[in-house]
Design a protein around this ligand. Structure first.
Ligand code: ATP
Length: 300
């Protein structure tokens, strides 16, 4: 009798704002898979993992119902589905395995530019077009106002102009779409990023073992994305001031330079943003050959 090895099933958005970043994350974690064909269940050839490609809005439910072991989805979709399922008495539990550093956006209330906004109370009794009625109503309740809503799955920004609603409650990243549609953002009601979630029921030991290999890779890719490798030449007598200017908490590596008694090479992994201003200060201290490089992978 042959036994098949269990495979970890991960749901991802098939196409849309999260799909490219999710695909890039899998690639950087070393997963070999072909997402270019039209199969909705893609087989990872070098790890016991299957990727299920679905609509973003279906991902929380698939994980909450245990159809998929894990999923990558925006916190906005996750929270909206959890609230909706709680209301309906369906399964709404899940575990947030880790927060990812892409898909950043905010759910905001926006009104026509001519609206005289006088604080949250001036929105009492108004009607909002939204894809996120649960998040909207929770925010209204918490702020002591009543709002009505009409559900729209797309092109929400057009609703006030055509008389469907007074304002909108929609996702914003730069604000340029709002501006282009004559709207102004008045309140941010929820901040969102993509998350890796998993079922509330513990995974089988075999599946847990697969996740224990995958998770450090995901965390390593996230950490590497935020970090930079900095190399520069510094005057030997300025090492203390140079080290002080380095962003992050890593201790710099100091290396001798061939044929130079006055200069040393300083290498450091910076875990915080390295600003032009810091480079200018380093230059002013007599540093040169300042290089800031991306890091591909990190572990430990
Ligand atoms: P579906 O896959 O069900 O069609 P969707 O219509 O929400 O989902 P997208 O518009 O691709 O699909 O958005 C997917 C997710 O991307 C959002 O739920 C949100 O978490 C994130 N996101 C990041 N920035 C934005 C933005 N400016 N507008 C909308 N979503 C954004």
């Amino acid at each position: 009798m042959t036994t098949t090895q269990p495979r970890l099933r991960i749901a991802m958005q098939k196409s849309g704002r999260l799909s490219d970043d999710t695909q890039a994350l899998f690639k950087r974690c070393g997963l070999k898979l072909n997402l270019t064909d039209r199969r909705l269940l893609a087989h990872v050839s070098n790890m016991p993992i299957d990727i299920m490609r679905v609509r973003s809005s279906d991902i929380p439910g698939l994980v909450m119902d245990g159809v998929c072991d894990l999923g990558i989805v925006g916190d906005n979709t996750l929270e909206e589905t959890a609230l909706e399922r709680e209301l309906m008495g369906s399964k709404s539990a899940y575990v947030r395995t880790c927060s990812l550093n892409f898909g950043g956006c905010r759910l905001s209330l926006a009104m026509p530019e001519e609206f005289n906004y006088q604080g949250i109370k001036s929105l009492n009794g108004l009607r909002f077009a939204t894809t996120y009625p649960q998040l909207l109503q929770r925010y209204a309740r918490e702020n002591g106002i009543n709002v009505n809503f009409c559900m729209l799955k797309g092109s929400v920004e057009v609703a006030p102009r055509v008389g469907l609603s007074d304002g909108i409650c929609d996702l914003v990243s730069t604000g340029s779409t709002l501006e282009a549609n004559g709207l102004k953002e008045v309140e941010v009601i929820f901040r969102s990023k993509a998350s890796l979630i998993q079922t509330a029921t513990p995974l089988s030991p075999e599946k847990q073992q697969i996740l224990d290999t995958l998770l450090p890779r995901i965390q390593g890719v996230m950490k590497a994305k935020e970090s930079k490798y900095i190399m520069l030449h510094a005057p030997k007598d300025k090492i203390a001031q140079v080290s002080e200017l380095m962003p992050g908490k890593e201790t710099p590596t100091i290396l001798p330079l061939a044929g130079r008694d006055d200069l040393v090479a300083v290498h450091v992994v910076a875990t915080e943003t390295f600003f032009w201003e810091t480079m200018e200060k380093l230059k002013a201290l007599g540093c040169n050959s300042i290089l800031v490089m991306p890091i591909e992978k990190m572990m430990g």
